[in-house]
Design a protein around this ligand. Structure first.
Ligand code: FES
Length: 315
């Protein structure tokens, strides 16, 4: 089993409120063993209650193999995952985790721009620590509703000083993306995580820039390229399945009795990633970059479909 698919029950060894509505959890192996390695940008699946699986970025130090740290914002209008974490997970509880996986890796560069909205700061924390210790040039623009809601704000400002610009909405309004981007050379890699309106706003402004986004809510993919059914050939057995409109490839594959891993079923977690051997993909996930989509060699079968009559998958 690859590290990305490891299932473990970990102990909540520390629980601390670090900002309005934001709790930090440290997770450790109950036996004290090292946890699987991870790199900045990685996330884990957390199962805080039965049938509740949510993805949270690891925001601690990858060099410390004894602990995984996550920060969770209570979202009163969410689907219940963050409420389960806030209300039901206490210190010394055991909680199921899967992962880690990384669909938001840092590319090597001499300079970076980081843009965070609210709890979207979490995957950027280990990235910033890594680029700072590597001596790269970087800036962080961190927006949030108010200073009190912005987790890790003080620590970032004390550690990195003028590299960090804080933009509390109740004091200065929304992040001025046009001004932020105007200050950056066009080839600076941009890493952004936050609420969907921020992600869409920066996407609109960066069609030709090296923009890397982390989404934990699905983007709206629009209508499928192909209105009718299509075929999926399972290369390992040669079986051919017909996938009708309205049914996912994941579902069709499961109904055919083939075991595949899945978690979010909405194209955000990466668990169902499947290698594409042939055929054009209608990518409908919230994970792949335009270049990764164009490569057409992998897909997330919970949401993505065929753009043509047949796909051949490594299943
Ligand atoms: S199950 Fe999460 S991306 Fe497919």
């Amino acid at each position: 089993m690859s590290p990305g698919r490891t299932v473990m029950r970990l102990t909540v060894s520390r629980r601390e409120t670090v900002a309005d509505g934001v709790v930090v959890l440290d997770l450790r192996d109950p036996s004290g063993s090292d946890l699987p390695p991870w790199t900045p940008g990685a996330h884990i699946d957390l199962v805080p209650a039965a049938d509740v699986v949510r993805q949270y970025s690891l925001c601690g130090d990858p060099a410390d193999r004894t602990v995984w740290r996550i920060a969770v914002l209570r979202e009163p209008d969410g689907r219940g995952g963050s409420r389960a974490v806030h209300d039901r997970l206490h210190e010394d509880d055991l909680v199921e985790t899967r992962g880690p996986r990384n669909h938001f890796p840092l590319v090597p560069a001499p300079r970076y721009l980081f843009v965070a909205g609210g709890i979207g700061i979490t995957p950027l924390l280990p990235m910033i620590a890594a680029v700072a210790s590597a001596g790269a040039d970087w800036r962080l623009h961190y927006g949030g509703r108010s200073r009190g809601s912005m987790a890790f704000r003080s620590a970032l400002c004390s550690a990195y000083g003028a590299r960090v610009s804080v933009h509390p909405q109740d004091e200065t309004g929304l992040l001025d993306l046009d001004a932020i981007l105007a200050d950056e050379p066009p080839d600076t890699p941009i890493y952004c995580c936050g609420p969907e309106p921020l992600l869409q706003a920066i996407e609109r402004r960066c069609p030709d820039r090296p923009l890397h986004l982390e989404r934990f809510a699905p983007s709206e993919p629009g209508e499928p390229v192909r209105a009718g059914s299509f075929e999926v050939e399972l290369a390992r057995t040669g079986r051919v399945l017909t996938v009708p409109p309205g049914r996912s490839i994941l579902r069709a594959v499961q109904e055919a009795g083939v075991e595949v891993l899945w978690s979010c079923t909405e194209g955000t977690c990466g668990t169902c990633e499947t290698t594409v051997l042939d055929g054009a993909v209608d990518h409908r996930d919230s994970l792949l970059t335009p270049a990764e989509r164009a490569a057409n060699d992998t897909m997330f079968i919970c949401v993505s479909r065929a753009a043509g009559p047949r796909l051949i998958l490594d299943l």
